[in-house]
Unconditional design. Sequence first.
Length: 87
Amino acid sequence: MVEKNPELSKLIDDLKRQRDEIRVRLHLAKGEVQEEWERLEVKWGHVRGKLDVIGREAGKAAEEVGAALRLAAEELRHGYERVRKLL
């Protein structure tokens, strides 16, 4: 029946093409999200480590370490927002 209706046939072909493209993009996005998450997990480890240092070294250049920690935390926040948008 679709073969007898060129408009419907074209619509179905377009839908198949779009579906295939979306499937490929979803597959790529999963990898992209996983890579971003792994990168953020490494950063999280660094932030946690710096936080421990600040706790031990309170008073000794804590302002400098705190500023660096704030920057790293902001990068993490932006990274988490990127991951959330990709999901």
